[in-house]
Write a protein that binds this ligand. Structure first.
Ligand code: FAD
Length: 344
């Protein structure tokens, strides 16, 4: 029986642990503080196109594959993880924003994804809490959402139920892990263990609570700053997210909270009345080309599963599927080839 040691019990490490244990492998997950990384800070948007940038074609393909796996993945976990398929609303304030929505609409159609361009009136009919300043919108029907904290708890339960063991220890060097195969899934802390350039990209989010009358995920750009409001069924609204390169700094900054609230309230004025519950900071694991490192490394015993940057929640199902297949068969699935950790 193959013995797998996984370093990191975030969304990625636990998904791989679950899938490997289901395939009959013996699995240890090493982490001194499971859930202390980006996975429990993330908003939980599953937005393959909303997060896609021109020129990131391979990443878009992987994201679309993962998005398609999400319904079965969520159902298989068997508990409520807040998975919802209610799309997202991209809204425009000025003429420049409307031109950007037109470009996004073309991109959605090119990919054959459901997207509807809306007038100002149609946009506000879909989401009555939007500001009267909104001048147009785009409904992206292929975007979904999940609650990453519920997801993390469910994955830990599923992995342990399938037979994986949690070992509460910090791993400084993969050579100290007693296993046939070692998977590095330590998020923004993976770099030194892989001799790879993983950079922490700080993101701050706010969690508000209100009367649960905001119906859909709203994304906008206000004076050049992207902002989103992601409502959950229980009345929580996540406002995000900042993006800054400040090393491993996890300080929540007043100025960042101010800017997020200012921009979110410009789009949805009612949010000013909501209770401010939380201000959290996480580190996205970024790579040189913004795509993950997935697969074999220079060390024949070590596999990388990290660098998921802005999309680790979205990419969890496909990462678990493909990395467990690589370990089970010894062959790199074709879909992993563009993400070879040795590509730089
Ligand atoms: C503000 C913000 C918003 C985001 N929103 C979204 C979103 O809406 N949708 C989306 O798809 N993605 C989103 N992301 C990105 C997503 O959160 C990450 O890509 C994802 O969580 C990475 O998961 P991970 O398991 O690789 O890392 P992490 O969740 O960071 O987990 C790493 C784990 O490794 C452990 N660890 C670290 N070093 C060691 C070591 N040496 N030994 C043992 N264990 C170790 C840590 O304790 C931690 O538990 C967001 C990120 C941020 C910061």
């Amino acid at each position: 029986m193959t013995h797998v040691g996984i370093v990191g019990a975030g969304t990625i490490g636990l998904t791989i642990a679950w899938r490997c244990a289901q395939r009959g492998m013996s699995v240890d997950v090493h982490d001194p503080a499971p859930g202390s990384g980006a996975s429990t800070v993330a908003a939980g948007m599953l937005a393959p196109v909303g997060e896609a940038h021109y020129g990131e074609r391979d990443l878009l393909e992987l994201s679309l594959t993962s998005c398609a796996l999400w319904p079965r993945f969520a159902a298989e976990l068997g508990v409520d993880i807040g998975y919802r398929e209610n799309g997202s609303l991209l809204v425009a304030l000025d003429a420049g924003d409307r031109a950007e929505l037109d470009r996004r609409h073309d991109f959605h159609r090119e990919l054959g994804l459901p997207a509807t361009r809306l007038t100002a009136g149609e946009t506000r009919r879909r989401e009555p809490l939007l500001s009267p300043r909104i001048s147009g919108g785009l409904h992206a029907g292929g975007d979904h959402q999940v609650d990453p904290r519920r997801l993390h708890t469910a994955l830990l339960d599923a992995a342990v139920t399938a037979g994986a063991r949690l070992v509460r220890r910090h791993v400084a060097d993969p050579s100290t892990v007693d296993a046939d195969v070692v998977v590095i899934a330590a998020g923004s802390h993976s770099g030194p263990m892989l001799s790879a350039a993983i950079r922490p990209v700080q993101g701050q989010v706010l969690r508000l609570r209100g009367p649960a009358d905001l119906g859909t995920v709203v994304r906008a750009t206000v004076n050049g700053n992207p902002v989103y409001a992601l409502p959950r069924a229980d009345g929580e609204v996540v406002i995000g997210a900042t993006s800054a390169e400040r090393g491993f700094d996890l300080t929540p900054r007043a100025g960042d909270a101010y800017e997020l609230l200012r921009d979110a309230i410009a789009v949805i004025p009612e949010l000013a009345e909501y209770e401010l519950r939380e201000h959290t900071v996480g580190l996205r694991p970024g790579t040189l080309d913004n795509a993950p490192l997935l697969g074999r490394t220079g060390d024949p015993r070590v596999i990388a599963a990290t660098g998921h940057y802005r999309n680790g929640i979205l990419l969890a199902p496909v990462t678990g599927e493909l990395i467990s297949e690589l370990i089970a068969t010894g062959r790199t699935p074709e879909a992993l080839e563009p993400f070879d950790p040795r590509r730089f």
